[in-house]
Design a protein around this ligand. Structure first.
Ligand code: LZ1
Length: 493
């Protein structure tokens, strides 16, 4: 048979199969939510602008309502959009939608271990352990807060080294959050010029770039073929192998110096758990889970916090009147002569509101991380079979125009009441909500508050442009929103 016949036969079978898949959902068991008609093989990709997925989802919700279905890779994805549908899916159906849908890339790198790409019992135990360990005193004597304060201090010294000259803050603001994770996992931070540190974070940064390329979209669609071909994805897998062996080497060092009564960091806490559970054949506390969980904490805790800080400074340059009020509050509550701490936050409503507004405005992860149905679900009037993917639009909450009038305007007033107190909002869910809500939320919010206040306590931010000329429109990207490139000067106060 020649290749053309095989191709035509293959495509026809796939076409019939996809028709059958669509119609089988319409039977006696109920049906999936409505949505645009999918084409064979390509599903609904023509309905999505991959430069701004979140906006496409908002437009589709105007046609199909707050709960709708899209097809990618021959599989249905249910989208929930708007406060009620998102809360209902992630909170009221918390267990039912607590699965993670795992892309072929992460399936291959994480093999179901760790926190981000695991499911079932493994996920429950790794999540629980990580939440406990990331609490402020979860790791013995040195609190998380102390580790972040130490890093904030080093960050200020590094910024001082720029000597008032214009700089792109990307590199330095990327080092600080990575180093906080280093301090939590490996016990100590590194110098920003340490070659081991630069190699290690360089591999994460390179992977982050590769994951946002078209190559990886193709890999995700056709993993069976792609994994035999040369290309960027090989670099990605090599980097992950290097990262894993670096972590493993650190684990070996820890094993040799472990003191069960004095855990120094995340690795020690995990090794102690391994020791406690060594009789248990089914224990999840095995080296693979330690290595992948550590890797997960870097992936989750570095680029996210660093992008928020970088975007935050850009917004402060654009709005000098906001920056001035924050600096006034720092001056009156903290002063110049001691370092900021978390206790200060409740006495600094304007600063707290500004950090909230930075997170709301930038909408870092607009479409959340994808979830999956852990069982067959009856949701509203629909039937959602086990394994169906779920996307919750976080944009639809963070940019809701009733809750946050003029949502496209940066204004800390969105989180302040008439008397200047912090006004919380149920719509503020940048870390998602429910059983899969971000494990690092507490850590991330601590870093944002301490890093931003420490920077503004020590420096005046000087822009190279007039505020009106500063561009704050995100460079739309696959997964996170990224600010445009910019430069600024840090002038010591
Ligand atoms: C994550 C993020 C990105 C990728 C994986 C996990 N947690 C952001 N927070």
């Amino acid at each position: 048979m020649d290749a053309l016949v095989v191709l035509v036969l293959g495509l026809s079978c796939l076409f019939l199969f996809s028709l059958w898949r669509q119609s089988s959902g319409m039977g006696r068991r109920g049906r999936l939510p409505p949505g645009p008609t999918p084409l064979p093989l390509i599903g609904n990709i023509l309905q999505i602008d991959f430069k701004d997925i979140s906006k496409s989802l908002t437009n589709l919700s105007k046609v199909y309502g707050p709960v709708f279905t899209l097809y990618f890779d021959m599989k249905p994805t249910v989208v929930v959009h708007g406060y009620r549908a998102v809360k209902e899916a992630l909170e009221d159906f918390g267990d039912e939608f607590s699965g993670r849908s795992i892309s072929p890339v992460f399936e291959r790198t994480n093999k179901g271990y760790g926190i981000v790409s695991s499911n079932g019992k493994k996920w429950k135990e790794m999540r629980r352990f990580s939440l406990m360990t990331l609490r402020n005193f979860g790791m013995g004597k040195r609190s998380i807060e102390e580790r972040v304060q130490e890093e904030a201090c080093c960050l200020v010294e590094e910024l001082r080294g720029t000597n008032d000259s214009p700089c792109d803050p990307t590199f330095i603001l990327g080092c600080a959050p990575s180093n906080v994770i280093c301090s939590i996992i490996f016990k100590n931070r590194f110098d920003y010029k340490d070659q081991n540190f630069l190699n290690f974070i360089g591999k994460f940064n390179e992977n982050f770039r590769i994951l946002n390329t078209l190559w990886m979209q193709i890999y995700s669609a056709f993993p069976g073929i792609m994994k035999h071909l040369p290309g960027n994805h090989k670099k990605l897998f090599n980097n992950i192998a290097d990262i894993h062996s670096f972590i493993l080497m650190k684990v070996k060092e820890h094993q040799e110096t472990l003191d069960i009564n004095n855990p120094r960091d995340f690795i020690d806490c995990f090794l102690i758990k391994m020791e406690q559970e060594k009789q248990n054949q089914q224990s999840e506390f095995v080296i693979e889970n330690l290595v992948v969980s550590a890797n997960d904490l870097f992936v989750a805790g570095t680029e996210t916090t660093s992008t928020t800080l970088r975007y935050g400074l850009l917004l402060l340059l654009k709005h000098p009147e906001v920056t001035a009020k924050v600096q006034e509050e720092i001056e009156s509550v903290i002063g110049r002569h001691r370092r900021p701490c978390m206790q200060d936050r409740s006495r600094m409503p304007y600063t707290d509101a500004t950090v909230h507004e930075i997170q709301r405005f930038i909408d870092l992860i607009p479409n959340n991380l994808p979830r999956a149905a852990t069982c067959n679900i009856r949701f509203r009037d629909y039937f959602i079979p086990k394994g169906t993917n779920l996307i919750a639009s976080l944009t639809s909450l963070l940019h809701d125009s009733k809750e946050f009038p003029n949502p496209e305007k940066f204004d800390p007033g969105h989180f302040l009441d008439e008397s200047g107190h912090l006004k919380k909002s149920d719509f503020f869910l940048p870390f998602s909500t429910g059983k899969r809500a971000c494990v690092g939320e507490g850590l991330a919010r601590m870093e944002l508050f301490l890093f931003l206040t420490t920077i503004l306590q020590n420096f005046k931010l000087k822009s190279l442009l007039d505020p009106e000329d500063i561009d704050i429109v995100p460079v739309a990207s696959g997964f996170t929103r990224v600010p445009p490139l910019y430069q600024l000067c840090f002038i010591p106060v």
